[in-house]
Design a binder for this molecule. Structure first.
Ligand code: FES
Ligand code: FES
Length: 171
């Protein structure tokens, strides 16, 4: 079945068995192996990609459902070196084995976009600023991404710092 998608800004047309997941289409048909297959059951988040800016588990979605969609994988988060979020992950040791990291980066990127969009708006006296999340709220929003190396403090610190850099002076 012919399926056309825009992947990291490039148009791609694949001829796929309709049972092919988006994750397998990316990894096995386009050689985009950054998105990882951890559980293949929607439980770990290692396969997280962005579809139209929203994060999904690519292992739970059939590729043919994404005909015409705009998809970003970890390979597309930065066109020239590291994105600010990727650089913050390095600064804060947000990874050990790195297996979960592509999914964490895609989810973290989506969280930053959610903050930019004011969705939902979390403004309270507990926060350092109107665009910043508490650690609890950030952990909740990142709860779909499991890290078996338990790098959560570094992951959260990296997202907090990248969001702070991007948004704290926005008002
Ligand atoms: Fe998709 Fe685990 S591989 S959620
Ligand atoms: Fe190893 Fe997260 S860094 S699973």
């Amino acid at each position: 079945m012919k399926t056309s998608m825009t992947i990291n800004g490039s148009p791609e047309t694949l001829d796929l068995d309709p049972r092919t997941t988006l994750l397998d289409a990316l990894r096995d048909h386009l050689n985009l192996t950054g998105s990882k297959k951890g559980c293949d059951h929607g439980q770990c988040g290692a396969c997280t990609v962005l579809v139209g800016g929203r994060r999904i588990n690519a292992c739970l979605s059939l590729a043919v459902m994404h005909d015409g969609d705009d998809i970003t994988t970890v390979e597309g988060l930065s066109q020239d070196g590291r994105s600010p979020l990727q650089a913050a992950f390095v600064r804060h040791d947000g990874m050990q084995c790195g297996y979960c990291t592509p999914g964490q980066l895609c989810s973290g990127t989506a969280v930053m976009d959610e903050i930019a969009d004011g969705w939902p708006s979390y403004v309270s006296d507990d926060l350092n600023g109107p665009y910043l999340l508490t650690h609890e709220e950030l952990s909740e929003r990142m709860s779909g991404n499991i890290c078996r190396c338990s790098c959560y403090p570094g992951i959260n610190a990296a997202i907090q710092e990248a969001a702070e850099e991007e948004f704290s002076h926005a008002e």
